[in-house]
Design a binder for this molecule. Sequence first.
Ligand code: PHB
Length: 388
Amino acid sequence: MKRMLAVAVAALMMGGIAHAETVKVGVIGPFSGPFALQGKNFKAGIDAYMALNGNKVGDNTVEVIYRDVPQADPAQSKSLAQELVVKEGVQYLAGFYFTPDAMAVTPLLKQANVPMVVMNAATSAIVTKSPYVVRTSFTTAQNSAPIAEVAVARGAKKVITVVSDYGPGVDSETAFQKAFKAAGGEIVDSIRMPLATNDFSPIMQRIKDSGAEGLFAFLPSGPPTLGFVKAYNENGLKAAGIQFFGTGDLAQESDLPALGDAALGILTTFHYAVSHDSPENKAFVAAAEKSLGDPKEMTFPAVGAYDGMHVIYKMIEATGGKKDAQKAVDAVKGMSWMSPRGPVTIDPETRHVIENIYLREIAKAADGTYYNKEIQTFEKQGDPGLEK
Ligand code: PHB
């Protein structure tokens, strides 16, 4: 017995026996302030994944550590990422709601030997900034191109584009305009609004004056999207017959009760609807709602976080809980699974998620609740924003 113990101790000292580690995952997102609900949905997605799959990968225990960046703030995001890596010893960085917060952290990854799993930030270029970035959300280009065809098919040949003036907005505008012109449409005007814009009345006037038959919009989900769609409803654009086309960011489920009947019929394209009809989604929504407490708070960052944890679990399995960013990332290139959103694959070339994009219409259920009704599927979409 004594001898066996001595052998075991010697083997351990030489690193010959694998032993259980606690693998820490640092998650950066908005957990307070105007975008707190988006961060809460990151946590709900992570909680749902761990509730359904446990907190262990092999012998290793997974621990998630959260850090709050309330609004887009690259300097704060970078310093919190450094703190997570150096002081907390996290092996993975994840989350990132806003593009600038993700971009600021990519230069740290190589030296830190840490992969980054982007659970929301949606500018195409993020994955090109480091070979250690994997994205499980969407890009605005991916969501914006398909609705261009829809606009033309619905008789809007003259469209004005309106986007927030930063990475995902510019990508959105570019992808929509390219696809819209290719489908025979004409762009009558393009507006880029400062990210902090909260009075949309002047913009609505400009849209009315443009002679457009439809508008296409992207803003980051949260108070800005709610304000924008309300302004569309309240400034008589709908009454004037100007059709609304947008990315699904403009129609997140948690905003629908506040928009009410005026938003019925609005068309958006997106990777995820809470109403998506599949057994995987039902299990996911039930688990995420448990974490949220209030089902009306459920929105899309939860699915990016849920699938992000799936990718991280695979990385932990492949590395046996040891720190090896290259090995971790290589292990998920080309990985496919059934997400609550539908079938997905991590593109082995770009490390971005290939997924179905759905056309949805805001609709009212028999019980009076509002939802995004999926009415058309654009299958297996890569990211047009990464095409040269
Ligand atoms: C982003 O900053 O990349 C971003 C934020 C919120 C969205 C979409 C994109 O809804």
